[in-house]
Design a protein around this ligand. Structure first.
Ligand SMILES: CC(C)(COP(=O)(O)OP(=O)(O)OC[C@H]1O[C@@H](n2cnc3c(N)ncnc32)[C@H](O)[C@@H]1OP(=O)(O)O)[C@@H](O)C(=O)NCCC(=O)NCCS
Length: 223
């Protein structure tokens, strides 16, 4: 990413300690996307996990700095204009949830509601919808877990998912797939991060009990 696109992260320091980060990339860099919008910057994560550094304006400064770069054509989009910024908005239950944080900073929910956007050089363009996952015969009787290099938590999260699936189904075969090394495997499964017994799992793994229940129903063949 650094070699091809340049800087794709900022780290904030507080009292000489690195405390917070913001990660971003051009949408067109993503290997697993079947349809990519050009000149769109995606913020994959803003994160300030250090309790004594929270609510001091650090997260906001990181975000504003990326917005300012986008307005001045100084992001990893090269010197092309940024049409709009997309911010992935998921809730891990920790500190201030990302949807609220981005809304506070002027971002608007996208129709699919899993992200928010901020117009920069032009207005929002809806993404081309990808079709629903259709059960693949080779996915029957096993679990396929995806991880990627976009976020440093992706691999440990994928391993946590493997542990949880094993708790529910100790004997099931589990495949752990690097989606950037095998993008076609992700594209064939419509970018789902977990398929169990040919069913996509929708519950975020941090909602542990609900997640395990959904995995169990998939293993048992219930819809
Ligand atoms: C969102 C986040 C980055 C904000 O970091 P921060 O440095 O505390 O942010 P700021 O100090 O700039 O605060 C921004 C605003 O949110 C408010 N805020 C921050 N933390 C809050 C909390 N826990 N509860 C309620 N409001 C909160 C601030 O008061 C401020 O409000 P204002 O703009 O009305 O004054 C941080 O809370 C966080 O990391 N949340 C979890 C995000 C996450 O899950 N990331 C992915 C990890 S895998």
């Amino acid at each position: 990413m650094l070699g091809t696109y340049g800087s794709c992260a900022k780290i904030a320091y507080y009292k000489d300690r690195p405390v917070a980060q913001i990660l971003y990339y051009p949408e067109e860099a993503i290997k697993t996307r079947a349809f990519k919008r050009k000149e769109v910057l995606v913020i994959s994560c803003t994160y300030n996990p250090v309790a004594d550094a929270q609510k001091l304006g650090i997260g906001t400064r990181l975000l504003k700095s990326v917005i300012q770069d986008a307005r001045q054509k100084k992001t990893c989009l090269g010197n092309r204009p940024c049409k709009f910024i997309i911010a992935k908005a998921f809730n891990t239950g920790e500190a201030l949830p990302l949807p609220e944080f981005y809304r506070k900073n002027g971002f608007i929910p996208t129709p699919r509601n899993d992200a928010l956007y901020l117009p920069v050089a032009s207005s929002y363009e809806e993404e081309t919808p990808i079709r629903e996952y259709e059960p693949l015969p080779e996915d029957l009787g096993k679990a396929v877990v995806f991880y990627g290099p976009i976020c440093q938590f992706s691999f440990p999260f994928a391993n946590r998912i493997v542990d949880l699936v094993k708790q529910v189904a100790p004997n099931i075969t589990i495949e752990l797939v690097n989606e950037w090394e095998n993008p076609q495997e992700s594209i064939r499964r419509k970018n789902w991060w977990l398929i169990v017994n040919a069913k996509p799992i929708r519950t975020f793994f941090m909602a542990t009990e609900r997640f395990k229940q959904e995995v169990k129903e998939a293993v048992d063949g219930k819809t």
